[in-house]
Design a protein around this ligand. Structure first.
Ligand code: ZN
Ligand code: ZN
Length: 369
């Protein structure tokens, strides 16, 4: 067959006009999707099939209806489908957990349609949809930890519903940075507890390279440098299951590009809110500020931001079995001699700082910044 006459052929297949330039390569749409998916598959190689008679790895994929986790699900689903069609072995199964977005942020919106769309698009998966306040059911130990953490000025009224109790606890934390910080920890604890109840061995998070870089920078700013290892690197978390970040080599802008090529995702994904010019910078949390910074700078200098996440992924955990860890976030306690080097001024002897780390102490209700 004579070759097609192409003006600007795709550099990979050379069989179609190029549509997208990615990392100095001009690719057609399908080669672009393959390019992105390949980066995920390379990361998922840890979960190769172990043979016909061996059990598959059981993984949990938390899904926020955001771009990154939805694209991750799309890529993993396509790989699974391809394997099934070709009669190849599958190394892992995953369960999808949706912590109801309306129970995290009071948007007034219902996400029923997104939920219906995702079940329709990915009918072969098991989904669970749980509210944020079900943390009291899935991780009952959190009740006491949260009460201790909030301190005497916070009264936990056990006659209230779980929803009201969680709302009261969250309302007791005053700054935007601390609220985002503590919400992230509570969500992680909920997701971990859910994964453990399902006997999953790993949680696969949908954080892009950009998000990981923002987490690394914000973590340091918030005094949480010691727990960066499991928040941004692949490996064992303090709760006995692994955390993996298979989108770590992909920029947020590249995920947006991938999304635009998959019309079936449009009913599922909640679009990112455009940064409002009216929001005062001082009302943004450090996490949001860092994410904006990384996305702006990443558009200009992607290599620099990639380097942040790559460097953070090389951090070695300094936890040992004997080290004391924070009851809330499992970070190392900075006041214990000889471990993190984090200085906790004037708090070393009190009871709270023997339970909670420096980062968590800074976000406590009475520690107003
Ligand atoms: Zn191509
Ligand atoms: Zn902590």
């Amino acid at each position: 067959m004579p070759a097609k006459e192409l003006i600007n052929p795709c550099m990979d297949c050379k069989d179609a006009e190029f549509d997208i330039t990615v990392r100095q390569r001009n690719l057609c749409k399908s080669c672009y999707k393959y390019f992105i998916a390949h980066k995920v598959h390379a990361r998922m190689n840890n979960y190769k099939p172990l043979g016909l008679n061996n059990p598959r790895h059981q993984l949990l994929l938390p899904l926020s209806f955001g771009v990154s986790s939805s694209v991750l699900l799309h890529i993993l689903n396509a790989d699974r489908q391809r394997r099934l069609d070709n009669g190849r072995l599958i190394g892992y199964d995953f369960h999808i957990l949706i912590v109801e977005p309306s129970s995290i942020t009071a948007t007034g919106a219902s996400f029923d349609q997104n939920y219906e769309a995702i079940q329709k698009t990915f009918p072969t998966f098991n989904f669970s949809r749980i509210p944020f306040h079900s943390i009291f059911d899935h991780a009952p130990e959190m009740e006491e930890i949260m009460r201790e953490y909030a301190g005497p000025q916070f009264t936990d009224d056990s006659s209230l519903s779980n929803k009201e109790r969680l709302a009261a606890f969250r309302a007791s934390i005053s700054t935007a940075t601390s609220q985002t910080d503590i919400d992230t920890i509570l969500l992680t604890r909920l997701i971990v507890a859910f994964a453990k109840n399902l006997e999953c061995k790993s949680v696969i998070w949908g954080d892009s390279d950009s998000r990981l870089a923002a987490k690394a920078l914000a973590g340091v700013a918030k005094g949480r440098g010691a727990s960066l290892t499991w928040q941004v690197s692949d490996g064992m978390s303090p709760w006995g299951l692994k955390f993996e970040y298979p989108l770590r080599d992909i920029y947020k802008a590249e995920l947006l590009q991938y999304m635009s090529l998959c019309p079936e995702l449009s009913d599922i994904i909640i679009p990112d809110q455009a940064p409002s010019e009216n929001v005062l910078t001082k009302n943004l949390s450090i996490d949001e500020l860092m994410l904006r910074y990384v996305q702006n700078q990443g558009a200009k200098y992607p290599g620099v931001m990639a380097n942040v996440a790559r460097t953070a992924n090389k951090l070695e955990s300094s936890t040992s079995d004997a080290a004391s860890t924070c009851a809330l976030c499992a970070g190392l306690l900075g006041n214990v001699k000889g471990n993190t080097g984090v200085t906790v001024a004037n708090q070393a002897e009190d009871n709270l700082s023997s339970q909670f780390c420096y980062g968590c102490m800074r976000s406590r209700p009475e520690e107003l910044c």
